[in-house]
Design a protein around this ligand. Structure first.
Ligand code: FWO
Ligand code: ZN
Length: 383
């Protein structure tokens, strides 16, 4: 119940230097020099030669599977808990995608509960690609206010041949309900927008922001690194104060040079290190369509890609604490997960120990060790 990580280099994401980290139950109690505490009830972990960073947050995972764009045989499998641990992800948000008919919110909820019970923190979005959105209660407002795990709506598709072709009015109402539901339940009420390959890109989002009082902070547009034009357009959006999300699962759909780490480096070089988040699209399909919009194949997203792209960013010149923000502090702020995303007294004890070469050595979630010395300690029920 009481753990102390000794003599570890802490990045909260900000660099705090060599510190001891004291954990009691599921909270960080203190981060300080030379914390003297011993006794049989204290588990001491040697942090020397290692970095201690916040556990990663993945805001977009098809935890019960997704896909289907090539018919029933292309439905993708549900998430394995052990994949989250391997990728250092301690907080995850589950969503539905293209198929909101055979995938439903009740299953999404049950999977989120199972991931919680296995040791990580899992939230969900009401909705799927389509408008009108699927909800638990018939109302997004009520879902947000009455169902603790619901923190917003998503992934709602715009600018995509697979969307429901929503009107701006429909999207305004969803954003308004998400906002008021979030205010009344003290949650983000975030609207996770799936931005497709279509030429209208962020037009609908700009129109909502320009014609209502709803702020950019209500939205998290994702897949912004899916093509060069959209990546460029995203720079305009962050200049308005918005936050954009880059998909880290590369698959063969994304051109190689649009990997999330390159997009991050570009935005950081423009000074927007606080306006970018990474998410994996884990277990989602990464379908490929030809120019006649015919399905030609698909890959499956992987949650471990968040860590891989974070590491590539650092290896290619992005400062560690800036790359960390994209996978910890920024998503925590956008999703209003106030107990997550940074290492500080009173925060949830979600933290990773990385070797000097940034390999994940230890994963601790809600104070429980899930991986130690690179070995899974806690496995999922069936893995
Ligand atoms: C992206 C999830 C896409 C599902 O555009 O949106 O299809 O329902 O499982 N995936 N449709 C992948 C690109 C960003 C690479 C989804 C998928
Ligand atoms: Zn999507």
């Amino acid at each position: 119940m009481i753990k102390i990580i000794k003599n570890v280099e802490v990045f909260s994401p900000q660099p705090l230097g060599k510190r001891d980290v004291l954990i009691a139950h599921d909270k960080i109690v203190a981060i300080d020099k030379d914390i003297a505490l011993n006794g049989s009830y204290v588990e001491s972990i040697d942090g020397s030669g290692k970095l201690c960073v916040p556990g990663f947050i993945d805001s977009h995972v098809h935890i019960i599977g997704g896909g289907g764009e090539g018919g029933f045989t292309t439905r993708t499998p549900e998430l394995l808990f052990s994949d989250l641990v391997q990728g250092g992800i301690t907080t995850v948000v589950g969503c539905l995608g293209t198929d909101g008919v055979t995938r439903n919110l009740n299953s999404l909820y049950a999977k989120a509960k199972s991931l919680d019970e296995q040791g990580v923190t899992c939230y969900i979005y009401s909705g799927s690609y389509r408008v009108p959105i699927v909800t638990f209660t018939g109302s997004l407002l009520q879902d947000l206010i009455l169902i603790d795990k619901v923190i917003g709506a998503g992934e709602i598709a715009i600018s995509d041949h697979r969307s429901s072709q929503p009107t701006v009015e429909e999207l305004k109402r969803i954003a308004a309900d998400a906002r008021v539901g979030g205010i009344l339940s003290n949650k983000a009420g975030i609207v996770n927008l799936h931005v497709g390959d279509g030429p209208s890109m962020l037009d609908m989002l700009y129109e909502i922001i320009q014609t209502t009082e709803i702020p950019t902070s209500q939205f998290l547009p994702t897949h912004i690194n899916r093509n060069r034009k959209l990546l460029q357009e995203g720079l305009n959006y962050v200049q308005m104060g918005g936050v954009v999300d880059f998909t880290t699962s590369v698959g063969s759909l994304l051109e190689e040079d649009l990997q999330a780490w390159k997009a991050l480096r570009d935005y950081v070089d423009h000074g927007f290190e606080d306006s970018v988040t990474f998410s994996s699209d884990g277990q989602g399909s990464l379908p490929r369509f030809n120019d006649k919009k015919e399905f030609v194949g698909l890959d499956v997203g992987r949650v471990t890609s968040v860590y891989e792209q974070f590491r590539l960013a650092v290896e290619n010149g992005v400062e560690l604490q800036k790359a960390l923000k994209a996978v910890t502090k920024n998503p925590a702020r956008v999703l209003k997960l106030t107990s997550k995303g940074c290492l500080d007294e009173g925060k949830d004890a979600d933290l990773l120990l990385l070797d000097k070469d940034l390999c994940i050595n230890t994963v601790i979630a809600k104070g429980k060790i899930l991986m130690k010395e690179g070995q899974l300690i806690i496995k999922g029920t069936f893995e």
